[in-house]
Design a protein. Structure first.
Length: 272
């Protein structure tokens, strides 16, 4: 099993969130790992409501929520907000970008920014949900889900494997900032690239480039590792600081400077 990352990428105000809920991840098994990147488990027990904010990955998630139900969460192009209140938990399945489309044959772009009941995608989803909710541990829930997935495993798909390789490269290579760099590196015509990304991922390659760069920026700001915003903007491939600040605020709701200030205050609360 490939171990999931131990980082806060995509989680907004991570230290603040950590005071209101717990989070841990489980690796996917070798067969399911062709499509599932990792599993995540969030638990909370709160006297006062708290709104958790996430800048989502370009991935479909299947979630089993108590209380709540079982859902398929399409790729979310906006900041995701979830009010946590009382006591609850969620077991989530984070698919690789393109993985859900590959295994189901669905056009993932058709339910972008939507949340569907699990039974809308899998007719036997009610039985799966019952097994997931009655399992005695998260490791057992993983085993239940992967047993279910084995009945739905798709044959090798070269188009999906290409999409997954491209998205993984975008996520790890900060020097890649333009779509033409993708088409050159992978020798894929732009129209083919756009068609593949809509079908398998649900969003275009340009959007993914921008989302991962915002992930990088928010994570560095939250960790207090940014000395100059102009240097950060340039390192992320933005034309200038103003462009970065505008897009950051549009997606996250704060300017980079405001986000950094809030993060600095939270670090003082956490460690004093």
């Amino acid at each position: 099993m490939t171990q999931p990352p131990d980082n806060e990428r995509g989680i907004l105000h991570p230290r603040e969130q950590a005071r209101h809920r717990s989070l841990h991840r489980l690796a996917a098994g070798p067969d399911a790992g062709r499509f599932v990147e990792w599993y995540w488990i969030v638990e909370w027990d709160l006297d006062e409501p708290y709104t958790a904010e996430v800048l989502p990955y370009p991935s479909v998630n299947v979630t089993f929520e108590q209380p709540g139900g079982a859902f398929v969460n399409g790729v979310c192009t906006r900041k995701f907000e979830r009010e946590l209140v009382g006591r609850g938990r969620a077991f989530g399945v984070k698919f690789w970008a393109g993985g859900f489309g590959a295994i189901t044959g669905l056009d993932v772009g058709s339910f972008r920014d939507e949340v569907l009941p699990l039974t809308d995608v899998f007719p036997d989803g009610d039985r799966l949900a019952d097994l997931m909710f009655t399992a005695e541990s998260d490791e057992r829930r993983r085993a239940v889900f992967e047993a279910f997935l084995r009945d739905h495993l798709a044959p090798p798909d070269s188009s999906y494997e290409l999409v997954r390789e491209i998205v993984t490269t975008i996520a790890s290579d900060r020097s890649m900032a333009r779509v033409d760099e993708i088409t050159d590196r992978f020798n894929v015509p732009i129209r083919t690239l756009q068609r593949l990304f809509r079908r398998y991922v649900g969003v275009g390659p340009k959007w993914i480039l921008r989302r991962y760069r915002l992930h990088d920026g928010a994570e560095l700001l939250a960790q207090g590792e940014v000395a100059e915003l102009a240097e950060l903007s340039a390192s992320l491939g933005y034309f200038d600081q103003a462009h970065f600040s505008k897009e950051f605020k549009q997606q996250i709701g704060l300017t980079p400077a405001e986000y950094a200030t809030r993060a600095a205050a939270e670090r003082q609360i956490t460690y004093r």
